[in-house]
Each structure stands twice: as C-alpha cells, then as structure tokens.
Design a protein around this ligand. Structure first.
Ligand SMILES: [Zn+2]
Length: 233
C-alpha cells in the first residue's frame, strides 16, 4: 500500500529557467525508485521517458527474482529503463544475462538526448550483505562529465543519511568524488528510513534523491511512491 502522493523534484538547473524558456525546451521526465525488495507489484509507476531503479529490487539476488523483476520492467512504458544492483543483488554478473528489459549499469554510462547517466556496480564482500564501503572501490572511476549519477549507496554527509538505525550507511569516498564531479542529480537508495531529496552537501550543487520505497528496515509492503524529475536540455 502506498502512503504518499507522487513526489516531484525541481532540480536546480531548472530553477534558473523561466516558464517561457521551459516551454521552448525539450525535457526528459525521469522516474526513480529503489529498494522495492520483491514488492514492486505493489507500486504504481507513473509514465515518463526514463525509469531508474537504484538497486535492491530483490531480497536474495537470485535468478528467479531477477527474472520476475525483469518481466515487470518489460511491462513499463518508459523508453529507457536504467538499473543498478544493490547489496541484495550480491552477484550482479549472475543475474545480468536475465536483465534483458533494461540497461543494467555496472560502472558504465548511457547518454540519452545528450544527458549522461552513469551507474555504479555494487562490490560485494562475501561475508555479509550489509557492507557499507563497497562502492568505494569504483568511485574513483566515475567520469567527471556525469549529469545523473546512480548508485545504490548514499554518499556520507547528505540529508542525515549517514545513520539508519545506528548503522552507518554513507560512503565518504563517494562524497569526495561527487564534490569533484558535481553531477546535476545523484540518485541512490539503501537507507530505507529517509526517502526524499536533499541539497545540503557543502561545496556541491547536486540534488540528491534517496529513492527508497520501503519505509522501514524490515522488508514490508509499505511503499513510498516514486520520485519524478524533469531534466531540461
Ligand atoms: Zn534495501
């Protein structure tokens, strides 16, 4: 059951545009979700040009779970569907061949209408699903010209997202790289307790979106609605 209305983010690059300017420009409508943990059929995903899934679309990262989610993706109308793995997709290379209805981003980019989207792979330690420094291994290769960055893990120091039920979840190396790259938007999930958007990272004009749809730490069918934003270009 969904508990909120659709949420619309006006990113900073649009704020400087007048309504008449917006009328003459093309835009991409982007819809973002994360951490659906097999509850995706309870979501109503609004239409748009690009659908982003920021990881944890399964509970155990199995092939049958991935196949079910891939089928669901195939039913969505968005022209582009961009997905990154979360820590619950513990072996992205195992499920990658079955993610046929999306672009499964593993440290690579796709350019859509001149806008560069880049998605990070989640590096797993085999000891636990709950590692928190895993994306640090690849943050240094995030290109400097990324417009929309997609990771599963949040950066450290944004929106009070560092701690979720007393566990640190933010990644300091990701924060450091974001301050260099300064993307327009950074989409992530992982911290279930604090969905929404944030712009409070010093020295950075990025709009941060925690797209987690689950509201609590336990896997449950209480979902926030997707976040939507428009990118003018
Ligand atoms: Zn999750």
């Amino acid at each position: 059951m969904q508990t909120q209305e659709f949420r619309y983010v006006s990113i900073k690059s649009q704020d400087s545009l007048s309504n008449s300017e917006k009328d003459t420009m093309s835009h991409l409508r982007v819809v973002v979700v994360s951490d659906t943990h097999n509850c995706h059929t309870n979501l109503q995903i609004p239409g748009g040009d690009v659908l982003i899934v920021a990881g944890d679309f399964t509970c155990h990262g199995t092939i049958p779970e991935a196949v079910r989610f891939n089928t669901y993706l195939g039913e969505q109308e968005h022209k582009y569907k961009l997905v990154v793995p979360g820590n619950h997709e513990w072996c992205p290379d195992l499920i990658r061949p079955f993610m046929t209805n999306c672009v499964f981003l593993l440290d690579n980019a796709i350019i859509i209408n001149g806008i560069k989207f880049y998605g990070c792979r989640w590096k797993k330690k085999f000891s636990s699903l709950r590692m928190n420094d895993s994306t640090a291994k690849t943050t240094h290769i995030i290109p400097s010209d990324v417009d929309v960055l997609i990771t599963h893990q949040p950066p450290k120091g944004v929106g009070g997202l560092d701690f979720d039920e007393k566990r640190s979840r933010g990644n300091i190396k990701l924060t450091e790289r974001i301050k260099v790259v300064n993307p327009l938007v950074h989409v992530f999930g992982h911290t279930h307790s604090k969905g929404g958007w944030f712009d409070d990272l010093d020295g950075c004009s990025t709009t941060f979106i925690n797209a987690s749809t689950l509201e609590g730490s336990k896997i449950q069918a209480v979902l926030r609605k997707p976040i939507i934003f428009d990118l003018y270009h």
